[in-house]
Design a binder for this molecule. Structure first.
Ligand code: VGL
Ligand code: ZN
Length: 199
C-alpha cells in the first residue's frame, strides 16, 4: 500500500561476518531483504555513521573493553568495537544489498557524544533524526522493519515507531540479533508488549 514503507536497518559491512561488529548470520538476510525491497512501495534505509573516536567506541574509554557498559550523561551506554566509521568500507551497505531503490537514507550516530540505535531518536531519547516528520509529511503511517541488529537498532526503531503513532511490523526472519546478556529475548518481549507486530 502507498502509505507503507519498508525500513531497512543498518545492513552494512561492519555488521556482517568479517566486519568490525559482526552479527552472526548478518549476511544471510540479504536475499530476503532484497525480496522485501522488490515488493515494497517505498524503501528507506538507515546507515550507522560514526565519526572516528565516537563516544560509543570502547577505544574512546581508557580501561574499558567492548560490550562493557558505561554511564553517559544521557544514561547507560554499551561500548562497542570501532565500527561504521564515516566513509569507511565497513560503513558501506552490504555489497549484495539492492539499495538503489531507497528513497531516503537516514544516517545516525554522527554526533560524537551520543549514540543512536533508533531510526527516530538518538540514545538520549529526545534528539530526533527527522524520520517521523518525513514519514508524516509523506502520509506514511505504517512501516515494516528488517535488518541488523534485531535487539538493538531494529528493536529501538520499532518501539519508537509505535510510541510515535506509526504501526510497525518486524520481519524477524529478515533480521539477526547480537544477543548480549539475553537482549534478544528481552527486546523481543518489549516489542510484543508495545504492540509491534512480529512476523
Ligand atoms: C548497532 C550497536 C552499535 C545496530 C549499531 O545497528 O544494531 N548496534 N551500533
Ligand atoms: Zn553504531
Amino acid at each position: 500500500m502507498a502509505d507503507e514503507a519498508l525500513v531497512v536497518i543498518d545492513l552494512q559491512n561492519d555488521f556482517c561476518p568479517g566486519g568490525a561488529l559482526a552479527v552472526a548470520g548478518g549476511d544471510e538476510i540479504v536475499p530476503l531483504v532484497n525480496d522485501l525491497i522488490r515488493s515494497a512501495d517505498h524503501v528507506i534505509m538507515t546507515q550507522d555513521w560514526h565519526p572516528a573516536g565516537h563516544s560509543s567506541f570502547a577505544s574512546s574509554h581508557p580501561g574499558h573493553q567492548p560490550y562493557q557498559s558505561v554511564t553517559m550523561p544521557y544514561g547507560e551506554q554499551t561500548l562497542w568495537p570501532d565500527h561504521c566509521i564515516q566513509g569507511s568500507r565497513g560503513a558501506e551497505f552490504h555489497t549484495g544489498l539492492a539499495w538503489a531503490k531507497a528513497e531516503l537514507v537516514i544516517r545516525k550516530g554522527f554526533r560524537p557524544a551520543i549514540d543512536s540505535y533508533s531510526a527516530f531518536f538518538e540514545n538520549d531519547r529526545t534528539t530526533p533524526t527527522g524520520l517521523a516528520g518525513y514519514l508524516r509529511e509523506r502520509g506514511i503511517g505504517s512501516i515494516t522493519l528488517a535488518g541488523l541488529a534485531t535487539d538493538f537498532c531494529v528493536a529501538y526503531s520499532a518501539l519508537d515507531a509505535v510510541k510515535l503513532g506509526f504501526s510497525a511490523t518486524v520481519r524477524l526472519a529478515a533480521c539477526r540479533g547480537i544477543d548480549l546478556n539475553g537482549s534478544l529475548d528481552a527486546m523481543t518481549g518489549r516489542m510484543r508488549d508495545a504492540g509491534v507486530t512480529l512476523l
